[in-house]
Design a protein around this ligand. Structure first.
Ligand SMILES: [Fe+2]
Ligand SMILES: [Fe+2]
Length: 481
């Protein structure tokens, strides 16, 4: 099947021969656009943005670059090609046929997994909707919008699955995805990290580093699924997700780079005297977004995760890799967790492996995050500085699972509630931190110029120079409104 990009909804799922589905999606499309206009990037819907659009899943088709107005972005439905010999490769049904329809006995679970993933996509667009007003450069502004339109496409990818495979329920879920709102008191998004405000660009870069990376691991686990349409949808989403994490990781790296420069130039080595962001403040943002992202993996001991694994709905990261996971049944062995107590003793919790699948997936994520920290630290090392960034302990600032609500410090030591409250500002961003970062958030929209607090990127997008005009503002000057 090839992409038929002149259709109303670009796709490689042969939509035109499935009239019922086509009608359902074409009915949903204007509602999606309404949602985009209301909750998408505020103030830039008339401007020409240099964006990448997927028009097919071929190597030369998935990244077409051109100027486009965001509401005219071609949100499409793309699945990676069918792999002929694919069989179920983990859980109770190893060696069995993969599913091209939803089996009745896991319908509820599968719907839940898809809806939960789907809900994060529009949520992040909502969280980021005001950031365009304060972008540190046109390059960054364009990257923000690229992330936003692709999260929109990820919503399309999940809505396709809901409508194609879940009948009336699926269509209702698709509507609800446009009704919930990030941070809304009565109708919030499903997962907590997607209800947190993202009010400044440092938060955006931390979110795209740590929270989009959670997305990578969730998508990776679903890409192993026995439900083949889900596996093929999420595989293609992963190709787009890589750019989001690139935006985050290089964003923070550029902040660090600029801070280093200002530490060398500014009076008393104080970067705040020249509009830079001190390293300890960056670390507090890292602490906040990393810990919030760990919560997204769910409880360490989870009967749902055991069901998902047993039935073949959700695997581990890279489950197909036999040297990494020699045992794809995971019926034996315990995952042991340690819970320090207030009296200094340590309680050990053994979790049967299948029930610990959230934790196993989280471990893969943590390894990946550690590699990011190493790369940031190389920037500091090369500059001859002794300061280093780090990930806080997995016990720190948790609101989910075994460590939930306990006053651990970032090193994983259990404090008294009183000491934690007193020292909170060392660990997490304080109101003053937020106010300071906010004071730096002034838009910088001349091509090739960058705000005081961030270094330029090494190179531009699609091999273009960094001074390329990545956003062409409509002549009515809408952005100034
Ligand atoms: Fe996404
Ligand atoms: Fe993403």
């Amino acid at each position: 099947m090839t992409a038929i990009s002149n259709e109303k909804i670009p796709n490689n799922v042969d939509l035109s021969s499935n009239k019922k589905l086509q009608r359902a999606l074409e009915e949903w499309q204007p509602n999606f656009i309404d949602w985009w206009m209301e909750m998408g990037p505020e103030g830039y819907q008339q401007d020409q943005i240099y964006l990448r659009t997927a028009v097919s899943v071929d190597t030369d088709g998935w990244a077409k670059f051109d100027y486009v107005k965001m509401p005219e972005y071609r949100w499409g439905i793309f699945l990676t090609p069918v792999q002929k010999e694919r069989v179920i490769h983990f859980g109770d049904n190893i060696g069995g046929q993969i599913w091209n329809e939803v089996p009745g006995d896991v319908r509820k679970e599968l719907r839940r997994l898809i809806v939960t993933q789907a809900d994060t996509e529009p949520a992040s667009v909502e969280q980021q909707r005001l950031l365009g007003k304060t972008a540190p450069s046109l390059y960054d502004l364009r990257n923000l919008f690229q992330v936003n339109v692709e999260e929109g496409r990820h919503l399309w990818a999940m809505v396709y699955l809901l409508m194609q495979y879940f009948g009336k329920d699926g269509r209702e879920e698709a509507q609800d995805l446009l009704v919930r709102r990030s941070g809304h008191a009565d109708s919030p998004r499903i997962l907590q990290a997607f209800n947190k405000p993202i009010d400044d660009w440092l938060a955006f870069f931390c979110f795209t580093t740590f929270t989009d990376r959670d997305g990578k691991y969730q998508l990776g686990a679903l890409a192993e699924s026995a439900f083949d349409p889900l596996a093929r949808s999420t595989r293609f989403m992963l190709t787009e997700e890589a750019h989001h994490m690139f935006v985050g990781e290089t964003g923070v790296a550029r902040v660090i780079e600029r801070t280093i420069q200002l530490m060398k130039e500014a009076p008393e080595g104080d970067p705040t005297k020249r509009g830079g962001i001190p390293l300890d403040l960056v670390q507090r943002y890292v602490n906040e977004w990393y810990s919030a992202s760990l919560d997204l993996f769910g409880s360490e001991d989870s009967s749902n995760s055991a069901t998902y694994f047993a039935s073949g709905l959700k695997g581990r990261w890279d489950e197909g890799n036999d040297s990494k996971w020699p045992d794809h049944k995971a019926l034996s062995g315990d995952y042991v967790m340690e819970l320090p107590k207030g009296d200094g003793s340590v309680e050990r919790h053994g979790i049967p492996l299948r029930r610990a699948m959230n934790l196993v997936l989280r471990d893969s994520y943590v390894e990946d995050c550690n590699r990011v920290i190493e790369r940031w630290n190389r920037v500091l090392e090369r500059a001859g500085l002794s300061e280093r960034m780090s990930l806080p302990s997995e016990r720190f600032n948790r609101h989910m699972g075994l460590y939930s609500g306990m006053p651990f410090d970032p090193q994983g030591r259990l404090l008294s509630g009183e000491e934690f409250a007193r020292r909170r500002g060392e660990f997490l961003p304080s109101p003053q931190d937020y106010a300071y970062v906010q004071s730096l958030m002034v838009p910088c929209y001349a091509p090739g110029e960058f705000a005081s607090w961030i270094a330029p990127p090494r190179k531009g997008i699609n091999n273009l120079p960094q001074e390329f005009e990545y956003v062409k503002f409509a002549s009515n000057g809408e952005r100034r409104a």
